[in-house]
Design a protein around this ligand. Structure first.
Ligand SMILES: Nc1ncnc2c1ncn2[C@@H]1O[C@H](COP(=O)(O)OP(=O)(O)OP(=O)(O)O)[C@@H](O)[C@H]1O
Ligand SMILES: [Mg+2]
Length: 501
């Protein structure tokens, strides 16, 4: 029996113009959670895709339980006990939980020459496995009715039902609430006790501390090293990832809020249980944070302000003048931009290039004689943003879907910087973004505020909310329950208002 469940030795992989992996190593012990960390574009997801044969590695060796393997597709990987819960889940929402779990391997019943799916057996099996990982869902429920975290749990149950010994979780908690994270961690801990290993990819240091046994760090496609988690400090992890010491997490707030820029009065949703009677002001040069727990309806309120949702009542005043926003186009015309929380759903245009994705919201700034696009000017804009946000890409023609998750987020941010709005709403702007790049994004936000723009930032990361907001509004159950700034802006005060039912 090998000491390691999985060994990857000297893995290299190039794409046109990028050496994504350069002789990377990874060794996973049985029954452990192994954190895989590195900046955006370091090569974490690519390494896992090589393991599963989704990408064909250029060189390197893979051993499972000491035995050399040549895995050419995910089915084969599963056959050897390796399963992956994807960064982008691709379940079939119209089908039941059981059907999703047994997709491609339905149990069948034979009636003479005819074969039919044995639903009863399938549901019974699914039920057993769901219970096995302590998720007592009804397997006949539609998968689409579950939350993202529950769908992830189903994916894990599916992996376990297929006898997986190593499960890859690639940024599994990026859209989960705190309680959901806890539920996920309980499943992980329970399976770990039963000998299952995990590769855990995340940018959240606190989570790594909570769950990981070992850690491997990558930088720019190279292998930096591996440690037992108790042998390396948080600062050291950051230093190894970034390649230099990072002293400050937040840049100084050098902007000074001025006159009122935007005023929202009595915004109420058409849905009773959504936001009701919300009023607030945003000043020029201000970063206004929005705190609250999940379900507080912050995103819904901002989407309504941006014209993506209907309201029964409410007024918007921009520079003291009443404006009407019925659709996002109205908001954009009035100089309001929004970076949405869910970049995959409403943000990225996967099959277009980076240049198209950056320029799409501001094309009319680049028209010559009102008809022809000035591509040179667009290229200039894109280059400028690629440099400013250090987007890791070979060139601006690269398809956005080929970028790493965090770099896609940076492209979306550039899109709105290019459009140069007076009011920019940012919903969880640093989700999936590594520590170094976060700092750059905060600097850009402060820079915009210094130019007199108003920024609204929804954030579920308490330190970020406190670290980069001039003032914080707090919501709970669809209502604005509090406002804090200066010395009052403390975690306790935010939590007090966030739980004021
Ligand atoms: N299919 C592809 N074609 C071209 N380049 C690619 C492709 N897939 C990945 N890359 C490049 O390989 C590098 C590593 O990307 P990868 O997705 O592995 O990063 P990551 O460490 O997972 O980052 P993140 O934390 O942002 O998710 C990036 O420069 C990326 O642009
Ligand atoms: Mg990734």
């Amino acid at each position: 029996m090998s000491e390691y469940r999985l060994q990857m030795h000297g893995i290299s992989k190039s794409f046109p113009g990028v050496k994504a992996l350069d002789k990377v190593n990874l060794e996973i012990r049985p029954g452990t959670v192994h954190a895989l960390m590195g900046e955006n574009g370091a090569g974490k997801s690519t390494l896992m895709k090589c393991l599963f044969g989704i990408y064909h590695m250029d060189e390197g060796e893979v051993y499972v339980d000491g035995e050399k393997m040549d895995i050419s597709n995910p089915d084969e990987a599963l056959h050897h006990g390796l399963a992956m819960v994807h960064q982008e889940l691709q379940p079939v929402p119209d089908r039941t939980i059981a059907e999703n779990m047994y997709l491609g391997r339905y149990p069948v019943k034979k009636y003479g020459p005819i074969q039919v799916i044995d639903h009863k057996a399938m549901n019974a099996e699914a039920s057993k496995w769901l219970e096995n990982v302590k998720m007592p869902f009804d397997p006949k429920k539609k998968l689409g009715d579950l939350s993202i975290s529950q769908m992830q749990s189903v994916e894990i149950a599916k992996a376990v039902s297929q006898d997986a010994k190593l499960i890859i979780l690639d940024e599994p908690t990026s859209s989960l609430t705190e309680t959901e994270v806890e539920a996920l961690f309980n499943i992980v801990k329970d399976l770990r006790k039963r000998g299952v290993s995990f590769v855990y990819i995340s940018h959240k240091m606190a989570e790594i501390r909570q769950i990981a046994d070992d850690i491997t760090i990558m930088r720019d496609g190279t292998y930096v090293g591996s440690w037992r988690i108790e042998d390396i400090s948080d600062n050291e992890i950051v230093k190894q990832m970034v390649g230099r010491e990072l002293t400050n997490v937040y840049p100084p707030l050098e902007n000074t809020p001025g006159d009122v820029l935007l005023e929202i009065k009595g915004y109420s949703s058409i849905h009773e249980r959504s936001f009701q009677d919300c009023s607030f002001t945003l000043r020029r040069g201000e970063i206004l944070g929005f705190g609250g727990l999940v379900g507080a309806q912050r995103t819904e309120l901002m989407e309504a302000i941006f014209g993506m949702r209907h309201t029964t009542k409410g007024e918007v005043l921009l520079n003291g003048r009443k404006i009407t926003i019925k659709r996002p186009q109205d908001a954009i015309r009035n100089g309001i931009g929004m970076i949405t929380e869910d970049r995959r759903g409403t943000g990225i245009l996967g099959c277009l290039s980076i240049a198209d994705n950056v320029s799409i919201a501001s094309l009319d700034h680049y028209l010559e004689a009102g008809i022809k696009l000035n591509n040179k000017k667009i290229e200039g804009l894109v280059q400028d943003n690629v440099a400013k946000l250090s987007i890791k890409t070979p060139d601006s023609k690269t398809l956005i879907q080929n970028l790493s998750g965090g770099n896609q987020q940076k492209v979306i941010i550039s899109r709105w910087l290019a459009n140069n709005p007076d009011v920019l709403i940012m919903d969880e702007p640093t989700r999936g973004i590594d520590v170094g790049a976060k700092y750059e994004i905060y600097q850009i936000m402060i820079g915009l505020a210094k130019q007199g723009k108003g920024i609204i930032m929804i954030s579920s990361e308490m330190p970020e909310l406190l670290g980069v907001s001039n003032r914080i509004m707090i919501m709970c159950n669809g209502k604005i329950t509090g406002e804090v700034s200066g010395e009052e802006a403390t975690q306790e005060n935010v939590m007090k208002y966030a739980t004021q039912f």
